[in-house]
Ligand binder design. Structure first.
Ligand code: DLL
Length: 438
């Protein structure tokens, strides 16, 4: 395996050096927010903490958490630590409830973001020789511009296609010989299906690498995308409030995503609001160590994962975060059982003959919650006898019952019949929201 590292000095430091860099940067960021962001000054005063109390990264748990609600309360620019005249870019995430979450960047922040995305893309194997097709949306969403600046920083040839218009994307992939693609995994699958349907063989495209993120996806989904497109597909993680894509990136070892720890201090927080030990699942919580425009202390993402600081065979020393296994607020409670959509996806990818195109329809009949899993048949393995379909349905139900632990009804759908994603997939339709609680 070729071992390309964008910034070996920072990406391969010893754990002691990381501790030192983080401590120095934490002291500076705490001083900065205390002086410039009334929200943080008030919070710290309430807790009786002053910047002098923060001497090293080990003092992190003296600092307050920041929540999405805090950002909403300070909407739109109340969390900025510099005057607006120094903010050169604003992004926002749409958010399903309430106001969007806004992030402001100074030109230095944009520069560091480009570096972090250059690191991330190099981690995937991308070099200046590559042609990078960016099919994340451009705009307030951070995916498009984040991937764009990173690929440009490497010196690759960037094709800024943005999302949508799938047939045109396929044409461009063929004509411009893109060697790398950046988009959501659900859109990668959508593209792969359309490429197959157009009769284009994977060898006819030049694609080698995929940098996929912005939504949860499973190993099974990865296998399918890699197989259909003939590429290596790696996971990139990030969120608007902290930076956008490139907060963490999987390396080809495929054993977790390296969190760029010289810029982001990561904790996993347990139900008791205390940091968990490595290996214990918790709410992924970030402190930005270098952001100038909108630094955040201990921001609770609600994404669930585990951390591992053991050395990685790629040579990078930064802590690895598991795939996101769910979100604390994405958890469905079906008849009292906690269900994460990622568990359903995992179960579905274990059964041959279907695709990872699925939707969960949650409803309530009387007082009883119901969950219907709608999943598409694979075009290549079409069961066409009634008996065959019944058997397949039963196999899926059994697989779901053993891994999800609730009985769900399964509905098989024709290939191509469920809505396709052009960005983040919408997996859950919860009809209970419109019903009164009885
Ligand atoms: O989705 C930033 C991004 C763009 C990341 C492109 C990767 C690639 P937001 O729209 O603010 O930002 O959404 C952030 O998306 O809290 C996670 O719940 C989810 N998410 C992002 N990356 C992953 C991933 C961008 N690799 C929210 N796996 C986060 C699972 C992810 N979930």
């Amino acid at each position: 395996m070729e071992n390309m590292i964008w910034n070996p000095r920072m990406e391969c430091m010893s754990r002691d050096e990381i501790h030192e860099v983080q401590s120095e940067r934490l002291r500076a960021v705490v001083r900065r927010v205390y002086e410039n962001v009334p929200f943080y000054r008030n919070k710290m005063q309430e807790l009786g903490v002053s910047p002098m109390d923060i001497q090293s990264i080990d003092d992190i748990d003296k600092l307050p958490f920041t929540t999405k609600q805090d950002l909403r309360d300070n909407y739109p620019f109340g969390m900025f630590a510099v005057p607006l005249s120094q903010i050169t870019r604003v992004h926002a995430s749409s958010g399903t409830t309430g106001k969007p979450c806004v992030a402001g960047y100074t030109s230095g922040d944009i520069d560091r973001w480009a570096e972090n995305m250059a690191r991330s893309m190099t981690c995937a194997g991308i070099t200046k020789q590559d042609v990078v097709h960016v099919a994340y949306g451009y705009g307030l969403f951070t995916g498009g511009l984040g991937a764009h600046y990173g690929a440009e920083r490497i010196g690759a040839s960037v094709i800024p296609v943005s999302g949508g218009n799938t047939q045109r994307q396929i044409q461009l992939l063929q004509d411009f010989h893109a060697t790398a693609i950046a988009c959501t995994p659900s859109y990668a699958l959508n593209l792969a299906e359309n490429i197959a349907a157009a009769g284009i063989k994977k060898g006819e495209l030049s694609l080698k690498y995929g940098v996929f993120g912005a939504e949860p996806w499973s190993e099974g989904m990865r296998e399918r995308i890699e197989d259909m497109l003939g590429i290596i597909a790696l996971d990139v993680y990030g969120l608007t409030e902290i930076q956008g894509p490139g907060v963490a990136m999987e390396c080809p070892v495929k054993n977790g995503l390296h969190v760029w720890e010289d810029h982001f201090y990561v904790e996993t927080i347990g139900k008791d609001d205390k940091p968990q030990a490595y290996g214990e699942q918790g709410d992924v919580t970030f402190t930005t160590l270098t952001k100038q425009g909108m630094p955040l202390l201990r921001y609770r993402t609600h994404d669930l994962a585990t951390l591992d600081a053991a050395p990685c065979s790629c040579g990078r020393t930064h802590v690895r975060m598991s795939r996101i296994t769910g979100r604390t607020d994405d958890m469905l409670i079906i008849r009292g059982v906690n269900v994460f959509p990622s568990q359903v996806e995992f179960a579905l990818t274990r059964v041959p003959g279907i695709t990872p195109n699925y939707q969960l329809i949650i409803d309530r009949v009387g007082t009883l919650d119901t969950m219907e899993v709608q999943v598409e048949l694979a075009p290549e393995g079409m069961e066409d006898t009634v008996r065959g379909l019944e058997n397949l349905t039963r196999r899926i139900e059994e697989q779901l019952a053993s891994s999800v632990l609730v009985h769900c009804k399964v509905k098989l759908c024709q290939p191509g019949s469920l809505p396709r994603s052009e960005g983040k997939a919408k997996r859950i339709i919860d009809l209970r929201k419109d019903k009164k609680n009885i």
